[in-house]
Design a protein around this ligand. Structure first.
Ligand SMILES: [Zn+2]
Length: 191
């Protein structure tokens, strides 16, 4: 705790109603009925005002018998949003060869599909689907450069479900077909 905020109960109550992340780490909201404590920015359903206590440090909240909220993770150094996006990206990279549905990704991240899509888009400006496509296209380009495999082989090796999908997605990211890309690469043209 770097500094003590001189905030009244009402002020802190207003911050948590607004989910104001600027106050994260500066005080913690504890809910008597659930015995959970949160960051001010936690998006979980708001408790009744009468059930809320505020603490200025994690230690104080824990000493009073509260556990950290799993959603806003007040004890995590990174923001849970950043942590979650990082976890999703790692999962996509490790599993890009498999057929992945949004449901699988959301399950791995422990959130709903709706929440995953919204959060991921907000943090990366892309959807998990387009991010996955980008990973696959990058892997394909890498194989063009470092292997003599055919387009068909590379299509399936990088996790595309069909060649038509491979060609469509590749063109979207690179502005040309895989074959055109390979030819230009062989000629040493900048791409
Ligand atoms: Zn929380």
């Amino acid at each position: 705790m770097a500094e003590t905020l001189d905030l009244s109960f009402e002020e802190m109550w207003e911050k948590i109603l607004a989910c104001d992340s600027k106050y994260d780490g500066l005080f913690f909201t504890a809910v008597k009925t659930t015995k959970i404590f949160c960051r001010p920015s936690c998006r979980s359903r708001k408790p009744k005002k009468i059930n809320v206590e505020f603490y200025s440090t994690i230690e104080q909240a824990e000493r009073a018998g509260y556990r950290a909220c799993k959603r806003c993770q007040p004890k995590a150094a990174l923001s849970p949003r950043t942590e979650l996006v990082r976890k999703v990206i790692t999962f996509l990279v490790l599993n890009h060869k498999k057929r992945l549905e949004l449901q699988d990704i959301a399950e791995h991240a422990g959130v709903s599909v709706y929440y995953l899509e919204r959060l991921f888009k907000k943090e990366t400006s892309e959807t998990p689907r387009s991010y996955l496509e980008k990973i696959r296209v990058d892997k394909a380009v890498n194989l063009f450069e470092n292997s003599s495999r055919t387009n068909l082989e590379i299509c399936y090796e990088t996790g595309f479900q069909s060649t038509s999908n491979f060609y469509k997605v590749f063109r979207r990211w690179k502005g040309c077909s895989p074959t055109e890309y390979r030819k230009a690469m062989k000629r040493g043209e900048p791409l």
